[in-house]
Design a protein around this ligand. Structure first.
Ligand code: LIP
Length: 288
């Protein structure tokens, strides 16, 4: 039986959103201002290219420390080692640096993603975001959303702008963002799917941060995003930013977004790209 993912009526999603924003902004400032001149790879995870820097850990440690003070009864689920259970029913899902390879190379497309979710973020289909923030600390872009409260973008000190997804005229006019995993076999499958789809869309963009890719669907700087291999921490905040901006986010078949596939776009675009992805998978095979 699926978990009950209806938020408690008294859940203050606006307050949760504001805390997401505060934490994402503070951690974003840390990873820029505190970046050591000799930044290197501290360790690797799923492959030699799945890197962790000392700043990934410092960013996550900062967010955990702030949450322990502000929300001691909540659970924590972050990309770097060490989750924590809670008793409130709320879990904080954090990617301390999304786009770590971009950060390591100094490419200005990385973010801190902080979300509050109900349910179990370790299990596909068993959780939903209720508040979230994604901050690109280099560009000053701050995307925030709360369930039922819309999504906004603030760049630097400019006024916040309410977000609404763009609906291109056709699939052939659709600018699609995507990404690739750290393991060779997954990347070969992703490349084969892309080879099937590329001739039917306007073009693709590979920006390197799923959280920012999702937010770019919400602000219209890309028309759609899909990727296989995302974890909850890549997905949680950006998922809500897109849906609160009027977009659809699922696994391409109508179920909740999950590691097997995340597909995000305005409704008509989502339907058209979803059909094209399913036909591509029918040709290429399901992959791993
Ligand atoms: C990254 C994702 C990106 C994906 C990369 C990587 P990380 O997350 O945001 O979309 O294509 O392979 O997974 O590892 O930088 O936190």
């Amino acid at each position: 039986m699926s978990a009950n993912l209806t938020p408690p009526a008294d859940l203050d999603v606006r307050a949760l959103r504001d805390l997401c924003e505060q934490l994402a902004r503070e951690a974003g400032a840390l990873i820029v201002d505190g970046r050591p001149d000799d930044l290197g790879v501290a360790s690797t995870k799923s492959s030699a290219t799945d890197v962790v820097t000392v700043m990934d850990q410092r960013s996550q440690d900062l967010v955990r420390e702030r949450l322990a003070a502000a929300r001691p009864r909540d659970a924590f689920y972050g990309e770097e080692e060490g989750g924590a259970s809670g008793e409130s029913g709320l879990t904080w899902v954090v990617d301390p640096i999304d786009g770590t390879v971009n950060y390591l190379y100094g490419l200005p497309a990385y973010s801190v993603s902080v979300a509050a979710v109900i349910g179990d973020p370790a299990t596909d289909g068993a959780w939903r975001p209720v508040a979230g923030a994604v901050v690109n600390p280099v560009s000053g872009e701050c995307y925030v959303a709360a369930l039922g409260e819309g999504a906004t973008l603030q760049v630097g000190d400019a006024p916040r702008r309410t977000l609404r997804v763009a609906e291109p005229e056709s699939l052939g006019q659709t600018l699609v963002a995507t990404g690739f995993g750290y393991e060779a076999g997954r990347r070969r499958w992703q490349a084969a799917i892309l080879a099937e789809v590329l001739g039917d869309v306007r073009d693709i963009r590979r920006l390197g941060s799923a959280a920012l890719d999702l937010c770019r669907v919400a602000d219209g700087t890309v028309d759609a995003f899909y990727e296989r291999g995302l974890n909850a921490w890549d997905l949680a905040a950006g998922w809500l930013v897109v849906t609160e901006a009027g977009g659809v986010v699922d696994d391409g078949t109508g179920a909740d977004p999950r590691t097997a596939m995340v597909l995000a776009a305005a409704p008509r675009t989502h339907a058209a790209l979803g059909a094209r992805l399913r036909s591509a998978i029918a040709v290429v095979g399901e992959g791993d």
